[in-house]
Design a protein around this ligand. Structure first.
Ligand SMILES: *[C@@H]1O[C@H](CO)[C@@H](O)[C@H](O)[C@H]1NC(C)=O
Ligand SMILES: *[C@@H]1O[C@H](CO)[C@@H](O)[C@H](O)[C@H]1NC(C)=O
Ligand SMILES: CC(=O)N[C@H]1CO[C@H](CO)[C@@H](O)[C@@H]1O
Length: 205
């Protein structure tokens, strides 16, 4: 009887959690999704979040950035999201704890396109497709990227490019802290709710 009640309770609580808490999509930047090792690209390189979900870009060792582009020009920033250049010690393992992350909340299911600008390997597969469609697939995006002109990686142009990306990173931190507090609030409510529901069981036992 008690077991049954607990099972129902767990079901109710997990349903509430699932319905209210947005999903997080952890995407490794500078990680080869086929080998699981440090390398070119995003892991995974295609995701399907819905409105309210959060993409958490996690940066592997080396210099990487997640920059929003377009389907037709995959390797050129479109002025949208830019994580800023993240520099991580080459000594750190691919899934080392405490790697830097930058969060982006997804507001709808329209396609979004990203490339690793700082990694400089856009044309070799350093691209991420968010909600690709049949007409604009992840494979076609990757194919477009492979045909993109190789970015000019002369030292003078890369240093000047890192200044605006860093300043953009500060502006993108505002929505992420907001989503933190929303999440924290939900969690708090469910802790209280869970406590109230569990109290009679504990008393019963
Ligand atoms: C979703 O909306 C938030 C708040 O307006 C904004 O900061 C964020 O960049 C938007 N996400 C995308 C993918 O445009
Ligand atoms: C790359 O940039 C440098 C300096 O900005 C320039 O001199 C050079 O011609 C460029 N190379 C290509 C292939 O565009
Ligand atoms: C720039 C470029 O190559 N654009 C292509 C992207 O992919 C679509 C569909 O495959 C093509 O129609 C574009 O020409």
């Amino acid at each position: 009887m008690v077991t049954c009640f607990i099972q129902v309770l767990l079901l109710v609580v997990s349903t509430l959690f699932h319905g209210v808490l947005a999903a997080e999509y952890l995407v490794g930047v500078g990680k080869d999704e086929t080998t699981g090792k440090k390398g070119i690209g995003f892991d995974p390189s295609a995701i399907h979040p819905v409105a309210g979900d959060v993409i958490v870009f996690e940066f592997r060792s080396g210099q990487h950035s997640a920059v929003q582009s377009t389907f037709d020009t995959p390797c050129v920033g479109n002025g949208g999201f830019n994580s800023g250049v993240q520099t991580v010690s080459g000594a750190l393992a691919v899934d080392a704890p405490g790697l830097p992350t930058v969060r982006l909340t997804v507001n709808d299911t329209n396609p979004l396109w990203f490339f690793d600008e700082a990694g400089g390997d856009c044309s070799k597969g350093g691209v991420l497709a968010v909600n690709p469609t049949e007409a604009q697939s992840a494979a076609a995006f990757r194919d477009n990227a492979s045909k993109a002109p190789v970015p000019n990686t002369s030292s003078s142009s890369s240093t000047s490019a890192s200044i605006p990306t860093n300043s953009l990173a500060t502006t993108t931190s505002t929505p992420s802290s907001k989503s933190h507090s929303v999440r924290g609030w939900n969690f708090h409510v469910y802790l209280v709710l869970g406590g109230l529901l569990l109290a009679p069981i504990v008393a019963f036992l």
